[in-house]
Design a protein around this ligand. Structure first.
Ligand code: MTE
Ligand code: MO
Length: 197
């Protein structure tokens, strides 16, 4: 039997070993927002972590920029099937932000300016896996891509990387955020194709 692999000319390459299943490479940087881009003045910006006891940890823009900064190079994967390899970000590790936080919760809800929410387990935010990023490619993060600052959780589908993030709420039990309430997967591992449920 002469088996010839079919030529998928002109189609996205979906067999790249560096890509999760069902993903194709893009060189551009698509903008995907469920609503309008909020404009946040750095003087009014704050990032908070609220624990189950109601304790609120707060950082102003100046305080946030004074924290230890990481330069991160990582691949990102959107559930709509595009992936972008080797993207460059600068931001503050969630490990740094959680240093002073005491909580027994295993789950978090990210809240954004503009109302977007997404749930992420605490384990997925710690251990050098997630950042609050404020630069992309050496420039201030554009408002369309989440500036002044967005959550960056690159090992999960990109809808977990909340743009215009304003805080994390600690949850005793997992709860769906915006897209998770609309059929997206509660966890969203691109390597297991956890797109929808
Ligand atoms: N606040 C907020 N964050 C968001 C979204 C959104 O609509 N609002 N969309 C999510 C989705 S579905 C994706 S794929 C990425 C898109 O990020 P980008 O526009 O920088 O490519 O942001 C995620 N974060
Ligand atoms: Mo997305």
């Amino acid at each position: 039997m002469g088996i010839v692999s079919p030529g998928f000319f002109g189609r996205p390459r979906r067999d790249d070993p560096g890509l999760p299943p069902g993903q194709y490479l893009t060189e551009g940087f698509p903008v995907l927002s469920a609503g309008p881009t909020p404009r946040i003045d750095p003087d009014e910006w704050e990032f908070t972590i609220t624990t189950e006891t109601g304790q609120v940890h707060r950082w102003s823009w100046t305080e946030f920029l004074a924290l230890k900064q990481d330069d991160v190079s990582t691949d990102i994967h959107c559930v709509t099937s595009w992936s972008k390899l080797g993207t460059s970000w600068r931001g503050v590790s969630l490990d740094t932000l959680f240093e002073s936080v005491e909580s027994d919760c295993e789950f978090t809800m990210a809240h954004s300016y503009g109302g977007y929410t997404t749930n992420v387990p605490l384990d997925d935010l710690l251990g050098g896996k997630a950042w609050i990023a404020h630069e992309f490619d050496g420039e201030a993060l554009e408002p369309a891509h989440g500036g002044p600052a967005r959550l960056l959780v690159p090992h999960l589908y990109f809808w977990k990387s909340a743009k215009w993030v304003r805080g994390l709420e600690m949850l005793r039990q997992d709860e769906p955020g915006f897209w998770e309430s609309n059929g997206y997967h509660m966890y969203g591992d691109p390597w297991r194709e956890e797109r929808y449920w």
